[in-house]
Ligand binder design. Structure first.
Ligand SMILES: [Zn+2]
Length: 84
């Protein structure tokens, strides 16, 4: 069985010479080490505050006529999240 190789590049130098290097002790994400520049990269570096599913749910409520204020109370989100 061939290990699935994720196509990721170094976030620092964009090199493809990157190897798995254990897991982040804080959030458990896969860490990678770049063999080119020697720096570390992390899976999915963009911090995503809300999942797409959650956003869809919130936007769905908005489309059905719920007020932004109501959505804020129901989901405890700020309106920038909803409109952005
Ligand atoms: Zn690099």
């Amino acid at each position: 069985m061939v290990e699935k190789i994720m196509k990721i590049n170094c976030y620092h130098c964009n090199s493809e010479y990157i190897v798995k290097y254990g897991f982040d002790s804080i959030n458990g994400k896969q860490l990678y080490k770049c063999n080119n520049c020697g720096k570390y990269s992390r899976d999915n570096p963009q911090y995503k505050k809300y999942s797409d599913n959650f956003k869809e749910l919130v936007i769905g409520c908005y489309m059905e006529g719920m007020s932004l204020r109501g959505i804020e109370r129901k989901f405890k989100v700020c309106r920038q999240t909803v409109s952005g």
